[in-house]
Design a protein around this ligand. Structure first.
Ligand code: ATP
Ligand code: MG
Length: 396
């Protein structure tokens, strides 16, 4: 058992001692059985929220209406969710209501895929009601129960099938794949934010290229946000070789390869409801990468918040080593990385009587910044002040 499970054992044991059932469930069980590192430990129990709260001294109501109580144990919080079923999905998105139940089977039945419907007792014993172990062994993603029905209940599961396939290098079983093709249009009804989470995980997965191919052939891609990307093959070829190290790089890389014009680029980011951070990085890096030949030292300087993203995207797009080295050399050699590093300020120039406040001052500072960045001027006050005086003389 992984250490994350070992430290949580007392919690499960305590629930059992009180007459309830309690199991590790979800991704942590799947990843443990695959020998992969786990990130969050999910615990499910037959105990109802109030029963959990009365059993442990330190609890927090993190999501009590969904049946989740956090139990604090030696500084770590564990989310314990009461076994539950979800009743009719009228809008293809969210269950209309959740009902707490005492039966593990009912709880596992509502889960998306057999590999995600395994439970593990605190002693390591696995409960496998849907042949999830076979599917784990055979690298298969298979819906629990009837795939069509499960994707009709919640269309997001189709995105999840693709992202697990990208992350785990698993095949999507044929009935599940058929349902995916048939029900892909339902994805239009899912909140963009939820789709984005799964799509980002897909892009970062080791087999992202393969999953994108499935998303294309099953037409899932037609129902995702944003203007259509006409040429996916550039992106997929890149992703055959390597993947981005974070979602910001993943999006910027995709946007470099999408071949969008300015409007399409903005529309795509808007439709996907991308975060400010991603938008900033994309707006700084995409034009640079698409116009490498004419890139100037000052262009690179202006993208200073995004140098790591720039270099990683260059690597992903398979730029020759020489280009990458040239640009990383420029980055390393930049005399300053932001204008606050200039050894001169408007205030200083005014105090020294070089210039009066006004519009000319802004222009002057921009000139100075440019000259320092491209190496025309040393970044020291006396030299910059001299330059300022000469510039102002020139202005008459
Ligand atoms: P990850 O390692 O990325 O966290 P995960 O399998 O733990 O993967 P989560 O989104 O954290 O995925 O969900 C935890 C568990 O809840 C899943 O393993 C699955 O059993 C269940 N689950 C999550 N989302 C759905 C869904 N849309 N439909 C059915 N079951 C779901
Ligand atoms: Mg999880």
């Amino acid at each position: 058992l992984p250490k994350e499970f070992i430290v949580a054992q007392p919690i499960l044991a305590k629930l059992e001692a009180a007459g309830y059932e309690a199991y590790f469930v979800g991704g942590s069980v799947r990843d443990t059985l695959l020998g992969k590192p786990i990130h969050d430990v999910d615990i499910a129990s037959s105990a109802f929220p109030e029963e959990i709260k009365s059993l442990f001294n330190h609890t927090v109501d993190t999501g009590i209406q969904h049946g989740t109580v956090m139990v604090l144990n030696q500084g770590t919080g564990y989310e314990i969710t009461t076994f539950r079923v979800e009743s009719t999905y009228t809008d293809f998105r969210r269950p209309d209501s959740v009902t707490f139940v005492r039966s593990l089977e009912e709880d596992l039945k509502r889960r998306d895929f057999t590999i995600n419907a395994l439970a593990m007792r605190y002693d390591g014993q696995v409960i496998d009601l849907f042949h999830g172990l076979d599917d784990l062994k055979n690298n298969v993603i298979r819906a629990v129960g009837n795939a069509e029905q499960r994707f009709t209940e919640d269309a997001l599961r189709m995105m999840r099938a693709l992202r697990f396939s990208a992350q785990l290098n698993f095949n999507i079983e044929s009935d599940t794949r058929k349902a995916l093709i048939e029900l892909a249009p339902n994805l239009e009804k899912i909140a963009v934010e939820r789709i984005r989470v799964e799509f980002e995980k897909l892009l970062l997965g080791a087999q992202a290229a393969n999953s994108l191919k499935i998303a294309l052939t099953s037409k899932v891609m037609n129902y995702l946000p944003g203007p259509a990307i006409r040429n996916w093959s550039l992106l997929m070829d890149d992703l055959e070789h390597d993947q981005a190290s974070n979602y910001m790089v993943a999006w910027v890389h995709l946007l470099v390869r999408a071949g969008f014009d300015k409007n399409q680029l903005q529309q795509f980011m808007y439709d996907w409801k991308m975060s400010r951070d991603v938008m900033k990085a994309a707006n700084a890096v995409v034009p640079l990468v698409n116009n490498l030949k004419n890139i100037t030292v000052f262009d690179i300087y202006q993208a200073y918040d995004h140098h790591n993203t720039l270099l990683e995207v260059l690597r992903l797009t398979g730029r020759d080593l020489e280009t990458i080295q040239r640009i990383s050399h420029i980055i390393k050699m930049l005399p300053i990385t932001k204008n606050a590093e200039l050894n001169i300020s408007g205030g200083q120039l005014i105090r020294d009587g070089v210039i009066k406040p006004g519009p000319l001052l802004g222009n002057l500072l921009k000139k100075i910044e440019y000259a320092v960045v491209i190496g025309e001027l040393p970044n020291n006050y006396e030299a910059l002040k001299k330059f300022a005086k000469e510039y102002l003389n020139g202005q008459g």
